[in-house]
Design a protein around this ligand. Structure first.
Ligand code: ADP
Ligand code: ZN
Length: 734
């Protein structure tokens, strides 16, 4: 009762202005992406389709309007678990919200009906079948009360083109006819065009606006690592992330069970989750995971759809996902709170073979072909030597820069070394078997393998066994490198055969030198860096977490519903010492401040007096949120780029910026290149005219894709940075 009453008072005292509601009720400084535009569009009574990546902040797009509008907002959502979570999160902000579903008793349900009749609820969550099903009387009921807005969450479920079609969503097509004057907002994190068009069509939208956002998740770092011996690597990673929550995805139920057993016996707090586990146990494990009582969930893809947990710090795939869509969705469950998170995939070519068999859709050749193409893209993602983020974004039809600085390929630009002898050995073997065998066969000959598949005559070749000094994996690596640099080609067909190329003949007959990257062992960053402008008090952060978890246990909700890690991090950084300053912390709305404020303040105050610290609240500026696509280049750029740009504008040289920021020259050049490509900096300020000419010429000759090839073919004194900047200038958007 106390809860509703305070919320009611709060609601009466603030005028329903979106900005104010954002600040007072939710405790956030500013809208993110294009939330504000969307909210205004909804409040003007219009229909909208919102495409925003996971963690982007879709919920606020209808929750803020819901609080501005006089009646109730009906939110259609596919999963019961998700509903409860959302309603809990609203309630801790003092908002009257409820859900209706089959798990409730008749008494509970009739209480909610009464609340609706009395216009006491701001938001009501339900499943689509509840809205329409056989109980059409529910629609009749809704017509008698004041409904202000319909929100359809996970709207891609309405489309057969999406990856998660739910037939019961089709009935939502009736909404526009049944409630012609009431705005409808459809939200999804699925980006592709076909699904988008289908949503519009199936919801019977006529006048509407589509709001799109970049699907980039800058706080997620992407790594792909070799699968052989992954277990040890995984264990050492988990040891370094003991306090973090994470999800590990496996392909099969049995594999999740096995891995869970292994990790448990190695002392980790891990459990398995898959569709074959009995419902109660499954719910219990999910709940414990949400409450941080289970740290690591080892799951099949059955897990995650309803998971709103914001502090998932890592997502590991120990098996290859079937397609990029799935991979992106699963990795997207990391870092909803915007803090540094990692996506790690252990890749082995064996997985591709295994999945190829699964891709077969019986009696449907066309569908099989699509599945195989998607799988092929997935393995290409793993094998790419270019930026993984760019690969992903391009896949979803979005442009991206060549260098993100936060994926393994960007972080480990390979150093080329002279591999002429290695190349000669490999290529001459290909020649000696008359270009009629695959890469693995060649490697077997090089290794002098006794494999019975090796023909007797090949065992007599002079190349048999000349490659014993390198491991099989290393030879496979070099073969890939040779293919990558066009020293070797593969024939089409089911069993690709290694073929020589123009370039390989030059190596074999003219002794041309070959430079390849050595097999690298990619290190994953030791400790996740937390991207904060200012340093934070680690010990305090931990105490605040404990305090939060205590409240969560008392109220029987997941801890992130009380406060996200990023709110606690803000507290541990800016050290507010009074209520006024507390309200400046992101995530502290008026209601939460009143309810929990004193406890958190006390913890901060105690810590500060023990450690002789002052408040740092004056350092805190309203967070700059990522902006939508149409903003200016500077607003769109990441903070780190922006800072380099700013320093350049202050008259600093690249070297000075690099030194002050403790970053490489290369990084600063990449930052500034971005502004050149956006037309906000001039190439003349960085590269002399005669150099511009030759770089341009080389790019025309060799193509602009590989910096390394250009560098190799340009005079020594031209640096990578100059090439990069010139390419940016050539790419300048008009
Ligand atoms: P989505 O549904 O798009 O996956 P959510 O709506 O769950 O994302 O939002 C993700 C997180 O970001 C939540 O913790 C939410 O409170 C937070 N958030 C959303 N909008 C803002 C904002 N404007 N400022 C600060 N935090 C926000
Ligand atoms: Zn990258």
């Amino acid at each position: 009762m106390r809860l509703t009453f305070i919320a009611y008072l709060l609601f009466m005292t603030i005028s329903p202005n979106p900005q104010k509601i954002l600040q007072t009720v939710f405790g956030y400084d500013s809208f993110r992406h294009n939330q504000q535009e969307i909210v205004e569009h909804v409040l003007a009574g219009n229909d909208s389709v919102v495409l925003m990546p996971t963690g982007g902040g879709k919920s606020l797009c209808y929750q803020v309007p819901a609080l501005c509008l006089p009646g109730v907002t009906i939110v259609v959502s596919p999963l019961i678990a998700l509903m409860k979570d959302q309603v809990d999160a609203l309630k801790v902000n003092g908002i009257e919200a409820a859900f209706l579903n089959s798990t409730q008793s008749p008494a509970e349900q009739s209480f909610i009906f009464k609340q609706l009749q009395a216009n006491r609820l701001k938001l009501l969550y339900l499943a689509p079948e509840r809205l329409m099903g056989n109980e059409t009387q529910f629609l009749g009921f809704l017509k008698q009360i004041q409904v202000s807005l319909f929100a359809v969450d996970e709207a891609h479920c309405i489309s057969q083109w999406g990856h998660d079609f739910r037939p019961e969503y089709l009935i939502l097509g009736q909404l526009k006819e049944s409630f012609p004057g009431i705005p409808l907002i459809a939200l999804t994190a699925t980006a592709d065009d076909l699904t988008k068009q289908d949503i519009i069509h199936k919801l019977h939208f006529t006048e509407y606006k589509v709001f799109e956002n970049s699907f980039n998740r800058p706080n997620i770092y992407y790594y792909v690592k070799p699968k052989s011996n992954y277990y040890d690597e995984l264990v050492s990673y988990l040891k370094q992330h003991k306090d973090d929550s994470g999800i590990i995805y496996c392909l099969s139920r049995a594999a999740t069970e096995r891995l869970a057993e292994d990790l448990k016996s190695d002392g980790f707090n891990a459990e398995a989750y898959h569709a074959g586990i009995e419902k109660n146990l499954k719910d219990e494990r999910q709940d414990k995971f949400l409450r941080d009582d289970i740290k690591i969930m080892i799951a099949t893809i059955a897990f995650g759809m309803g998971i709103n947990k914001s502090n998932v710090r890592f997502v590991v795939h120990v098996d290859l996902p079937k397609n990029i869509e799935g991979y992106y969705q699963e990795t997207g469950r990391a870092g909803r709170d915007g803090l540094h998170s990692e996506a790690i995939l252990f890749y082995g070519a064996g997985d591709v073979m295994k999945l190829k068999k699964f891709a077969e859709v019986e009696g449907n050749a066309a569908q099989t072909k699509i599945m195989l193409q998607k799988l092929d893209k997935m393995s290409r993602f793993c094998e790419t030597k270019t930026c993984r983020r760019k690969f992903l974004l391009n896949y979803f039809g979005e442009d991206a820069e060549d260098y993100c600085g936060s994926c393994d390929t960007c972080l480990n630009k390979p150093v080329l070394k002279d591999c002429t002898v290695i190349a000669q050995k490999f290529l001459s073997t290909v020649a000696r078997v008359n270009e009629r065998f695959g890469v693995r066969y060649i490697v077997d000959i090089l290794k002098g393998s006794n494999n019975e598949k090796i023909k007797e005559e090949h065992k007599k070749l002079s190349v048999y066994g000349i490659g014993k000094d390198a491991s099989k994996e290393e030879w496979i690596h070099y073969a890939k490198e040779l293919i990558y640099y066009d020293y070797l080609a593969l024939s089409d067909g089911e069993y690709p055969v290694a073929k020589l190329t123009e370039k390989s003949r030059a190596v074999l007959y003219q002794k041309q030198k070959v430079y390849l990257s050595a097999p690298v062992h990619v290190e994953i960053a030791k400790e996740p860096e937390i991207y904060q402008q200012h340093t934070y008090e680690k010990e305090l952060f931990e105490s605040l977490k404990q305090l939060r978890n205590r409240f969560a246990r008392e109220e029987n909700v997941p801890s992130y519903i009380i406060f996200s890690d990023s709110t606690l991090l803000d507290l541990a950084t800016y050290l507010p010492l009074n209520t006024n300053d507390l309200l400046k912390i992101s995530g502290f709305g008026a209601y939460k401040a009143e309810k929990y404020g004193n406890s958190f303040l006390e913890t901060v105050q105690d810590y500060c007096s023990e450690n002789n610290l002052q408040t740092r609240i004056e350092l805190r500026q309203p967070k700059r949120e990522r902006k939508q696509k149409t903003s200016s280049a500077n607003e769109r750029a990441s903070d780190t780029k922006r800072l380099s740009f700013k320093m350049h504008k202050e008259g600093k040289t690249i070297a000075q910026i690099a030194e002050e920021r403790n970053l490489s020259l290369n990084t600063i050049e990449t930052h500034l290149s971005y502004y050149i490509s956006q037309g906000e900096l001039e190439i003349e300020d960085f590269v002399l005219p005669h150099k511009q000419q030759v770089i341009k010429k080389a790019a025309e000759l060799f193509g602009p894709e590989s910096l390394r090839i250009l560098k190799d073919n340009l005079p020594e004194e031209i640096t990578y940075g100059e090439i990069r900047m010139m390419l940016a200038a050539m790419n300048k958007i008009a």
